[in-house]
Structure formats: structure tokens, C-alpha cells
Design a protein around this ligand. Structure first.
Ligand SMILES: [Zn+2]
Length: 472
């Protein structure tokens, strides 16, 4: 269907301009004042039109545990997370719907789901997420979360080797699973792309990274991974490789212009230069990094070095939401406390560009989407500037990024399909989703993780120098 959005505000160099925008066959074909109306006319008066954002790193099924995990650092938080991860593909489908809906209603048109797989039902898990994203109509990049090492290997040893249990999946199994996913689900023209996405160097062998790099070359896939999220991972990389994880990934051929790396909190200047040289993208997940005490990613340094930066919500149990506007706000003002040179601070306009074009660039889509330009894919979001949370009238982008916008998304187009109109998601029944989420969950307090007490003494010994529980 074709559209003409009339008299919408768009940001231009010197402020804002009121324009009409024509969408024909999924593309933006004209942006100018007073265009001849074609297709469905949408009233853009007192509305702000922006390119859709990319939720550039999340784990959809974590929605089932949001609000429930204790204040713990990543390594211990993971132990608890995996003890209660959903094991029913139908739940994965529902959290996929929920994650997509929350992304859309906070300005996102593309999602990167680093998808936690149900052991023994891996393809069913991916199928469930694909079904959810296709029904919603959001553009999705699904990176099946593959690794070939047990969770305990993600922690530094502090000189005492871990007692490592075998992992459920071998390297070959992980690679062949990725091949199956590519074969069955990789359909970029239908809005679903599979990514080569090993969990991270803390839980994956070199062979797995190399296998993923080869498959991504062969099928032109995006690459995605966690990178140096915590201080423990930095120590572990030194133990394992004798160099930083960034240098190691460069040697393995994993970095590149279509590689996006979640977190990147513990990088030094040499690492940053490697990311710039390889044109890799950093995905900034500020809320998750605060929630898990991981640290503050040196985003201003990345920008100074010319490294592309995008925003991600990260999974909903380390956030504990999927609100992109909240992430963009925190993720831009957070750096004001790391650098007294206020001229480097991130402005609302820059933050919006990071979220849209920065996200698109990390997926190799910077020429197709991520900005308001004729010839680009119509991935667009229209915000209602008469909403109470965006009043009184001051600076629209300032209000959107620095304020606390509430239910401000009026319309969303993905590849020219209007999937949100008048604030309502048109493709799926959100009321039905609400009921399903309610009925398939229970209020949970004081649940007891089995793995957490096993990991805690090790974590305390290695990271805090604690001798608790290890005897004298
Ligand atoms: Zn993550």
C-alpha cells in the first residue's frame, strides 16, 4: 500500500521543517512540502517523523524473567537466569511478540534477537521467534545463541583450573545447527535474517568463531557476539589467550563491517583502534551494564576514534524492560559523568542518529535504511507531539530523548507497511498477548537457583579476593 504523510515535522540541519513524505512500494519516494497526495493520506500535523531505530541487541525469551533476578553481577546473574529459562517454544513465540511490540512502541523498526535456544528443541525455538516477528511485521535479525563450552568456563580461574563438565553441544553440532537455521529461516527479502552469533569468546572455542566467520562469508550474514562485557571477561581473555579478546577475534577473522559487538565495556585504546580499523560496530546496552554492575562502556572514546555505535536494550531480565527510548536517554546522558569536556557529550540529535543509522550500519544496511532519504526503505516512526509527556512545546527531539515519553508512538511503517496506526499495533492482537503472558506466568518470590551457590564461591575468590567457602 502507498501513503502520503502530510505536514510532518522532520529534523533538518537548522531545526525542523514541515514536509510531506510519500511512500510507494515500500520506499520513500519524495520528501517535500505540499506534495500531491498518493495512496492513503496520513495527517502528520503536530507529529514528528523519524527513521526507525534498531534494537541492536536483545534476548527475547528473557522477558519471562524480567523483574525477578536479584542484584547480581553478570556471571552470577547468568547462573540464575539459566536455571529458570523457558523450555517451551510457545513461550518463546509469546516473548518474541512481546519484545517486538515493545520495540515498535518505543520507536524501533528492526530487532536483533540473540536468541537463547531450548536444548533439544533448537530449531523449534528459532521457528517460534521467526513466527512471532513475521506476524508482527518487524524486521528481525535472529542470531541463534551458540556456544560449545559450559557456563563455568566463562569465569576466570584465578590459577585454579575449573572442574569443567562437558557442554551439551559440540563445536560441530553448533555449526551444523547454524547451517540448518540458515537453510530454513534466512529470508532477508521477507524481513528475517539469520546471523552468525557465537555467544562470546568466554564460552566459545576458536573453531566455533572461525566456523561462524566462514558461514557468514559464504551466505553474506551479519556477525554478532558479546564482547568484554565484564571485568571477569577481560581477565579471562588474558588467561586464555595472553592478549585481549579483541586482538584474538581480529586474528580469528571475526571482526568486520557487518560485525556488531554487544557491550564492549572493558576495551583499552589498542582494542578501540582495532574496532575502528575493522569497521566493527559497538552495541551500547547501558541499562543492562548498570543493572549487572558491568561498568560504563567508553562510548565517547569510540566516537572519537570513529567507531560506529548503536543502542540495544539487551534481554529483558537485565533491563528489565524493552524500551528503546529509555535506553537512548540513559545511554546518551550516562557519559556526561565520564568526561568533563562537555563539548563531547551526546546531543539528542546525535543519540537519534546512533539509534537509527548507527543501528542500520551495524547490520550493513546503512544504504537501505536508518535515515529519512528518498530512495531508502520506508522504516519510519511518527510521534505524537500533542501527548502530555511531550508538552509543553519546546524542542521535539529534546523532549523525546531527554524527557520521559509515554505512549507517544502514533504510527510505524516497516518496509512501507503501516503496522502501527493511532498508537495501536495492527498486525497482532496485543490484548490477547497480554492475557497469554498473564495466564502463563506466576508471581514468583524467593525462588532458589541451584547453580548460583555453586558459582558464588569461585566468583568471590577470583573477583573479590574472598576466601569464603574455600577453607584455609
Ligand atoms: Zn546479551
Amino acid at each position: 500500500m502507498n501513503f502520503t504523510i502530510q505536514s510532518a515535522l522532520i529534523p533538518v540541519e537548522q531545526g525542523y521543517e514541515s514536509v510531506d513524505v510519500q511512500i510507494v512500494d515500500g520506499q520513500i519516494v519524495a520528501i517535500a512540502p505540499a506534495l500531491e497526495a498518493t495512496g492513503t493520506v496520513v495527517d502528520g500535523h503536530n507529529k514528528l517523523l523519524l527513521p526507525g531505530f534498531v534494537n541492536a541487541h536483545t534476548h527475547s525469551s528473557e522477558m519471562w524473567q524480567r523483574g525477578s533476578i536479584s542484584p547480581l553481577p553478570l556471571e552470577l546473574w547468568l547462573a540464575e537466569l539459566y536455571d529458570f529459562t523457558p523450555l517451551d517454544p510457545e513461550k518463546v513465540y509469546l516473548s518474541g511478540l512481546g519484545t517486538a511490540v515493545e520495540t515498535l512502541l518505543s520507536g524501533g523498526t528492526t530487532i536483533v534477537d540473540h536468541l537463547v535456544l531450548i536444548p533439544g528443541q533448537e530449531l523449534e525455538t528459532v521457528e517460534a521467534a521467526v513466527r512471532a516477528y513475521q506476524e508482527v511485521g518487524i524486521q528481525a535479525f535472529i542470531g541463534p545463541l551458540i556456544q560449545d563450552q559450559a557456563l563455568i568456563t566463562g569465569m576466570p580461574t584465578g590459577g585454579i583450573p575449573h572442574d569443567v563438565p562437558p557442554y551439551v553441544r559440540s563445536t560441530d553440532d553448533a555449526i551444523s545447527l547454524l547451517k540448518d537455521c540458515i537453510h530454513r529461516f534466512h529470508r532477508p527479502d521477507q524481513g528475517i535474517s539469520i546471523m552468525a552469533a557465537p555467544t562470546g569468546s568466554q564460552l566459545c572455542s576458536d573453531q566455533l568463531f572461525q566456523g561462524c566467520a566462514e558461514l557468514s562469508e559464504l551466505h553474506d550474514l551479519c556477525r554478532h557476539s558479546h564482547l568484554l562485557e565484564t571485568k571477569a571477561q577481560k581477565l579471562l581473555a588474558q588467561e586464555k589467550y595472553g592478549c585481549s579478546a579483541v586482538e584474538h577475534l581480529q586474528r580469528l577473522g571475526f571482526l568486520g563491517a557487518k560485525t556488531s559487538l554487544a557491550h564492549c565495556v572493558w576495551l583499552d585504546d589498542t582494542d578501540i583502534a582495532i574496532l575502528a580499523e575493522t569497521r566493527s560496530t559497538v552495541v551500547h546496552n547501558p541499562l543492562s551494564n548498570l543493572r549487572l554492575g558491568s561498568g560504563i562502556a567508553p562510548v565517547l572514546k569510540y566516537q572519537a576514534a570513529g567507531v560506529n555505535v548503536a543502542f540495544g536494550c539487551d534481554g529483558a531480565s537485565s533491563n528489565d524492560s524493552q524500551d528503546l527510548l529509555e535506553v537512548i536517554k540513559i545511554g546518551s546522558i550516562l557519559h556526561n559523568v565520564t568526561d568533563f569536556e562537555y563539548r563531547h557529550w551526546i546531543t539528542p540529535r546525535q543519540a537519534v542518529e546512533m539509534a537509527a543509522l548507527g543501528g542500520a550500519t551495524g547490520l550493513g544496511l546503512q544504504h537501505q535504511t536508518g535515515s529519512l532519504e528518498v530512495g531508502k526503505q520506508a522504516d519510519l516512526v511518527l510521534y505524537d507531539l500533542t501527548n502530555l509527556s511531550l508538552l509543553p512545546k519546546t524542542d521535539p527531539l529534546g523532549l523525546l530523548v531527554l524527557g520521559r515519553p509515554t505512549q507517544v508512538v502514533d504510527s510505524v511503517w516497516v518496509k512501507g507497511d503501516r503496522i502501527v496506526a493511532d498508537g495501536i499495533v495492527k498486525t497482532v492482537n496485543v490484548e490477547h498477548l497480554r492475557r497469554e503472558l498473564f495466564e502463563r506466568s506466576e508471581w514468583t518470590v524467593n525462588r532458589q537457583s541451584v547453580t548460583l551457590p555453586q558459582f558464588e564461591p569461585l566468583y568471590r575468590r577470583v573477583m573479590l579476593g574472598d576466601r569464603e567457602g574455600i577453607g584455609d
